[in-house]
Design a protein around this ligand. Structure first.
Ligand SMILES: Cc1cc2nc3c(=O)[nH]c(=O)nc-3n(C[C@H](O)[C@H](O)[C@H](O)COP(=O)(O)O)c2cc1C
Length: 215
């Protein structure tokens, strides 16, 4: 009887595993072995970093990949600010903490918005160009993937920039020294990962082939 129950349990597990991995199994085997695709698929948001610094040659490579992203009309409409000064990052962490507990009234005391990353890259878009936010997104993903290929983790920080763009974050915004045409859009923390995050499930249901043969 116990054997029958075990077999039934295994069969049910296999069926469920098969259902949840349907999209995964549809993937092309050659693509799965491709280093670029493997790099894209292995990237995850890292929320805990080792204290090791990123050497300047690696950081330069990441930034160079960023600015080689496609950009509308070749305008390179972004402005990028790199913060690798630990005191500056600690200051950002503590001001954000005050904001979270005093203004948002959330119990997140001691929260490090930078997750202990040694570098934060701030990205601002040109408010006079309607597609500048696209440029900034592509720039960021290029940097994130270049970093991942070098074993460097990253995490986008949207909440931090919401704070910096608010009245309470004005002191930090001023230090970023952005031109008046630009507005801070998001930031990306970079550093050597101190965790191995798991992939969150993705929903292919939002992707549709329309007006064509099914792919
Ligand atoms: C525009 C944007 C803003 C984000 N802001 C934050 C943030 O403030 N804090 C954070 O921990 N993660 C942030 N993330 C990371 C997302 O939570 C993460 O990408 C998503 O959960 C998917 O997980 P994955 O990156 O590991 O695949 C942000 C991502 C994007 C694209």
């Amino acid at each position: 009887m116990r054997r029958i129950i075990t077999v039934v349990f295994i069969l049910i597990s296999v069926v469920f595993a098969g259902c949840s991995n349907t999209e995964e199994t549809k993937r092309n085997d050659t693509a799965k072995k491709n280093v670029v695709i493997e790099n894209i698929m292995s990237r995850r948001s890292v929320r805990s970093y080792r204290p090791d610094k990123i050497d300047s040659a690696s950081m330069h490579e990441i930034l160079w990949c960023g600015i080689n992203a496609p950009n509308g009309q070749g305008r390179e409409s972004w402005e990028v600010r790199v913060v690798n000064n630990q005191r500056f990052i600690e200051n950002i962490d503590s001001l954000y903490n005050e904001y979270v507990s005093n203004v948002l009234k959330l119990e997140k005391a001691g929260h490090h918005v930078s997750y202990g990353a040694p570098v934060i890259v701030f990205i601002a878009y040109d408010t006079t160009y309607d597609l500048s936010q696209v440029d900034c997104g592509l720039l960021g993903e290029n940097m994130i993937l270049a970093a991942n290929a070098m074993g460097i983790g990253s995490c986008c920080l949207g909440g931090l920039c919401r704070f910096i763009n608010s009245e309470d974050g004005a002191g930090i915004l001023q230090k970023l020294n952005l031109p008046s045409t630009h507005r801070l859009l998001y930031a990306i923390a970079f550093g050597y990962p101190d965790q191995v995050p798991q992939a969150k499930p993705r929903n292919m249901g939002k992707v549709q082939f329309v007006g064509n043969d099914k792919g």
